[in-house]
Design a protein around this ligand. Structure first.
Ligand SMILES: [Fe+2]
Ligand SMILES: [Fe+2]
Length: 200
């Protein structure tokens, strides 16, 4: 019997078993950072699709990985963008204006205007992922462009926006943001049991 020369670790393709940071309404900034970790996990899986396809073809494992990625960017990423656009950024903008902090204001402008293009980039990437079959693998350049744009966006948010939010937002504002994020996902404020991955 011929042994396979190249073996692929199936666990590395599993996008559902997210073991990253967890947080909830009581810590909305931690929740937003956890969303970033979930996005990063999907980007890492996206980067592995090509090698998996080369080694194993369009097998069931690859289909599950693509399904997890598609579900995340279809359903969860828009919630994350809304958390920022509707709840976090406006409150932080008021603080930045009151303090005359042009750096944070510029970061808020840049990050807020990136959500539309990122969603459009996802709409462009999505059909190619769903079209992967035995003969047609992932489009590496499209994946790299999408991932690098998302990573640059999350770095700006983490380094400048979330850092300022941690300095400036008070407990009441954090409570409001956390409650809005929970409502957006249909989560009861007392329903901690809902925090089972995959969570947005
Ligand atoms: Fe964002
Ligand atoms: Fe974000």
């Amino acid at each position: 019997m011929v042994r396979r020369a190249a073996r692929v670790d199936n666990r590395r393709m599993n996008t559902l078993a997210f073991g990253g940071p967890q947080a909830g309404p009581e810590d909305p900034l931690g929740w937003i950072e956890a969303c970033h970790a979930r996005i990063e996990a999907r980007l890492s899986t996206l980067a592995r699709l090509e090698a998996h396809h080369a080694a194993r073809g369009a097998d069931a494992e690859l289909a599950r990985a693509v399904e997890g990625i598609v579900r995340y960017f279809d359903e969860a990423a828009p919630h994350h963008h809304a958390d920022e656009d509707l709840d976090l950024f406006p409150r932080l903008r008021r603080h930045a204006l009151a303090r005359g902090d042009g750096r944070v204001l510029a970061a808020l402008d840049e990050a807020g205007s990136a959500h539309g293009p990122l969603e459009a980039a996802w709409d462009e990437l999505r059909p190619g992922l769903l079209a992967i079959d035995a003969a047609r693998g992932p489009d590496r350049r499209a994946i790299e462009a999408f991932s690098s744009a998302y990573r640059a966006h999350m770095t700006l948010e983490s380094d400048t926006i979330l850092a300022a939010a941690r300095r400036w937002l008070d407990a009441g504002e954090c409570r409001e943001i956390g409650a809005a994020m929970a409502r957006r996902r249909g989560i009861d404020a007392s329903g901690r049991a809902v925090f089972i991955y995959p969570r947005t």
